[in-house]
Design a protein around this ligand. Structure first.
Ligand code: IPD
Ligand code: CA
Ligand code: CA
Ligand code: CA
Length: 261
C-alpha cells in the first residue's frame, strides 16, 4: 500500500532518527546519561533523536506546534496542528542494551489524533495509522486479537519505576489480574506495547501515569486496528489522566472490570 504524503513525512523523520538510535545503541559510555528523577534517565541518544525528528518535521510542515518529551511544548504559528513525539520510548531498555525501544510520532489536528507512527529500529518494525485508513505494520494491515476469554489472554502492562507512580496500587491490580489471565508482560516501552496490541501480539494493555507522547500514536493505531481504548473508567481522557486500558471491545471491557480496586 502506498503511504500518504503525511505518513511519508513521519516515516522519513522516524527512519533518520532510527538510524541514529541504532548507531548509539550499545554505546552507553559515550551517551552522557543523566537523571531527570530517581530512575528517570535521559541520554544524548534521546536528545539527538528528538532534534532529528523536530528538524525533519519542521522542514516538511513549517509552523506546526510540538509536544516532545525532552524539549516540552513549543507553540508554532499553527496551533491547530501539533506533533506529539517520544524520540526514544524505552530509554531504560536502550541504556541496558535491551533492544525493546521505539520512536513514537503522532499528529494531532484540531484536538484529534490524525496520524500515528511507532518504529522499532532494531527489528525494523514500522507501525502506522491514519484516521479512517486502518493500521499497518511494515505496510501490511494489522488487527487487534480476537480472543474473548481473559484466561486465554496475554496482557501487557507497565510497572511504575523508582520515584514514579503508586506501587501499592499496581500490586493490587496485579494481584487481581494475574489469576485471571494467561500471562502478563512488562516490556518497558509503553508505546511499543500499544503497537503490539494493535498488531494482535498482546490481547490488551493497561498502565497508569503515562504521558501524551507515550500514548498518542498507539491510541490511534489500536482504534484503527479495530480495538478500544479508554482510561480506567471508560472515558476518552487518556492524554489528560495518563491512565490507559486497551484491547478488543470485549477484553477492553473485561479488563476495566478486573482492574477495579
Ligand atoms: C517510559 C516507558 C515505560 C513506562 C514509563 C515511561 P521513556 O518512557 O514507556 O514503559 O512504564 O512510564 O516513562 O521514558 O522510556 O520514554
Ligand atoms: Ca523518558
Ligand atoms: Ca516514553
Ligand atoms: Ca522517551
Amino acid at each position: 500500500m502506498a503511504l500518504s504524503a503525511l505518513l511519508n513525512v513521519m516515516v522519513k523523520a522516524a527512519s533518520k532518527a532510527g538510524r541514529n538510535l541504532a548507531r548509539d545503541f550499545g554505546e552507553v559510555e559515550n551517551l552522557q546519561v543523566s537523571r531527570k528523577g530517581p530512575a528517570d534517565f535521559v541520554s544524548a541518544a534521546d536528545r539527538r533523536a528528538e532534534d532529528i525528528i523536530r528538524t525533519e518535521l519542521e522542514h516538511a510542515r513549517p509552523g506546526y506546534s510540538f509536544l516532545m518529551e525532552e524539549s516540552g511544548a513549543t507553540a508554532g504559528e499553527d496551533p491547530q496542528h501539533r506533533w506529539i513525539v517520544d524520540p526514544l520510548d524505552g530509554t531504560t531498555n536502550f541504556l541496558h542494551g535491551i533492544p525493546d525501544f521505539c520512536i513514537s510520532i503522532a499528529l494531532e489536528s484540531q484536538g484529534k489524533i490524525r496520524a500515528g507512527l511507532i518504529y522499532n529500529p532494531v527489528r525494523d518494525e514500522l507501525f502506522t495509522a491514519e484516521r479512517g485508513g486502518g493500521a499497518f505494520m511494515n505496510n501490511r494491515r494489522i488487527r487487534v486479537a480476537n480472543r474473548m476469554h481473559l484466561a486465554d489472554c496475554v496482557i501487557g502492562t507497565g510497572i511504575p519505576h523508582l520515584g514514579r507512580g503508586d506501587h501499592g496500587l499496581f500490586l493490587k491490580e496485579l494481584a487481581k489480574s494475574m489469576p485471571a489471565l494467561a500471562g502478563v508482560r512488562r516490556s518497558g516501552a509503553a508505546a511499543l506495547d500499544l503497537a503490539y496490541v494493535a498488531a494482535g501480539r498482546f490481547d490488551g494493555f493497561w498502565e497508569r501515569d503515562l504521558k501524551p507522547w507515550d500514548m498518542a500514536a498507539g491510541i490511534l493505531l489500536i482504534r484503527e486496528a479495530g480495538g478500544f481504548v479508554s482510561d480506567m473508567e471508560g472515558r476518552d481522557d487518556m492524554l489528560n489522566s495518563g491512565h490507559i486500558v486497551a484491547g478488543n471491545e470485549s477484553i477492553h471491557r473485561q479488563l476495566q472490570v478486573l482492574l477495579k480496586v
